[in-house]
Design a protein around this ligand. Structure first.
Ligand code: PLP
Length: 483
């Protein structure tokens, strides 16, 4: 329906010549072009900026007026404020010298997908509220099953299915809720009697998930010298908990832990989960993207007996945050657990049982058209382009690891399964911290430090969309000259 002009005059802005009309579509066209130009210049200029701006707490807020504007402002002023207010308060996650945390990638096709989704403005909570949003999401995630070579039964055309969630944390929390309900139905245990198991290296989202779902206990179990879970520790703890009248309900394993990108032994943990009738969830938030390449897939052996899985295209598959894929091997427990059917959402398509209603696949009702950016990315890069990106990052990370291994004062502490290199200075924690500080003080790079059993270590995570071999070599020069 086209907007009613009479309605617009009263509902929108008073029409004086000085005041821009925010609903003027021709003005939107010009402003959008100007914004795309601005984004292009921002990205093109990143390499010559420091990777993080220097800013004091409250500094950015102080640049804003005390109250919202009474009168309309022009887009030109807002665009200027991107430079004046926003950019000076950023850590530039898309900077080619970003080696901190894990990457949070973006790419031009993904930005365009986000823009298209915002422009369409659909809310795809159910098939009926935008069939294209649901069907493109289901199809793209089924493509990814083949692209990553995860089990065929995870496809929506089989027993399982995929859904895009805001983050891996949310996906893991969803899995924990389903695990709790499955356990309650099977055993009659209350949540307080249930136990969740994972390694001490698992992401904190598992601990938070235990809080949210009300699990009475979470066990963060010891790891081996490569930071991977030890199946025997799980077996012992499960037996001890059963002896104490508790009910094992959830087992979380990781393909690429946050601190060192360790990979847990999925086949052994999967067998334990299966024989103990425990829900098995895999957090591959970081490592999952690497599975576009055949040579990393040995890390995901054992997925055939996994119940749920998550990985983040918004980390390492060129797609803007928020884009986290969750797959389940059997969609029925997920839907049965989360499906609530108020009368105002009923419609013939849902009642027919022929369609996917993604509102039943996670906690939120409303959902943006997130599949669009992922679809654009897969089509723009092609599988070949994504494989090349991952291989470049891993190759450069391994090159860096070799140099660290050859350096007399540096020592790598974990295998480089993907594109994360973790190392210490041999002179101890103070020297390791000082090294990271010196590298970051250079301004062109950002690395982070973590700690395991009171040992501090530097993490170099290669994975920004715009990083090149030159950036990794320059980073090495700065590390070596400060080591
Ligand atoms: N799991 C792992 C292994 C992670 O490294 C992270 C974040 O870095 C997460 C989960 C959380 O991801 P998200 O921010 O998408 O919730």
């Amino acid at each position: 329906m086209s907007p009613d002009p009479d309605q617009q005059d009263t509902a929108a802005m008073p029409q004086t010549s000085a005041v821009p009309d925010p609903l003027d579509l021709e003005a939107f066209r010009g402003n959008a072009h100007a914004l795309v130009d601005w984004i292009t210049d921002y990205l093109a200029g990143l390499d010559s900026r420091p990777v993080r701006e220097s800013v004091e707490p409250g500094e950015i807020r102080n640049k804003l007026p005390d109250c919202a504007p009474e009168a309309a402002e022009s887009f030109t002023e807002m665009l200027a404020d991107l430079d004046r207010v926003v950019v000076p308060g950023l850590a530039h996650w898309q900077h080619p010298g970003w080696f901190a945390f894990f990457p949070c990638q973006s790419s031009p096709p993904s930005v365009l997908g986000e823009l298209a989704a915002a422009g369409l403005g659909v809310q795809g909570m159910m098939w009926a509220t935008s069939p294209a949003a649901t069907e493109i999401e289901a199809q793209v995630l089924d493509w990814l099953v083949d692209l990553l070579n995860v089990p065929q039964r995870w496809k929506t055309t089989a027993e399982g299915g995929g859904v895009i969630q805001a983050g891996a944390s949310t996906a893991t929390h969803t899995a924990m809720v389903v695990a709790r309900e499955a356990c309650r139905q099977r055993s009659g245990a209350s949540a307080e009697e249930m136990v969740a198991y994972t390694s001490s290296q698992a992401h904190s989202s598992l601990e938070k998930g235990a809080l949210l779902t009300g699990f009475g206990h979470i066990r963060l179990l010891d790891v081996d010298s490569d930071f991977a879970a030890k199946p025997e520790a799980f077996l012992e703890q499960i037996a001890a908990d059963r002896r104490n009248g508790l009910t094992p309900a959830f087992l979380g394993s990781s393909v690429g832990t946050t601190a060192t990108a360790a990979v847990d032994p999925l086949p052994a943990l999967g067998e334990i989960a299966r024989s103990e009738q425990i829900w098995h969830h895999v957090d591959a938030a970081y490592g999952g993207s690497a599975m576009v390449c055949d040579e990393f897939r040995h890390h995901q052996q054992g997925l055939e007996i996994v119940d749920s899985y998550t990985f983040n295209p918004h980390k390492w598959l060129a797609t803007n945050i928020e884009c986290s894929v969750m797959w389940v091997a059997d969609r029925r427990p997920l839907i049965e657990t989360l499906s609530v059917k108020p009368p105002y959402l009923r419609n013939p398509a849902s009642d027919s049982g022929q369609v996917i209603d993604y509102r039943d696949w996670h906690a939120p009702l409303g959902r943006p058209f997130r599949a669009l950016k992922l679809w654009f990315v897969l089509r723009s890069f092609g599988a070949e382009g994504l494989r090349q990106m991952i291989r470049n990052h891993v190759g450069w990370a391994r090159g860096l690891a070799t140099r660290i291994d050859e350096h007399p004062r540096l020592e790598r502490i974990a295998p480089v399964h993907f594109a994360l290199v973790s190392f210490v200075h041999n002179d101890g924690n103070a020297a390791t911290d000082a090294l990271a500080k010196a590298v970051n003080a250079d301004g062109r790079f950002f690395v982070t430090v973590s700690e395991h059993q009171e040992q501090r270590f530097v993490r170099v995570s290669v994975g920004s969309t715009w990083t090149t071999k030159r950036h990794v070599e320059q980073l090495w020069d700065v590390i070596a000259s400060n080591a």
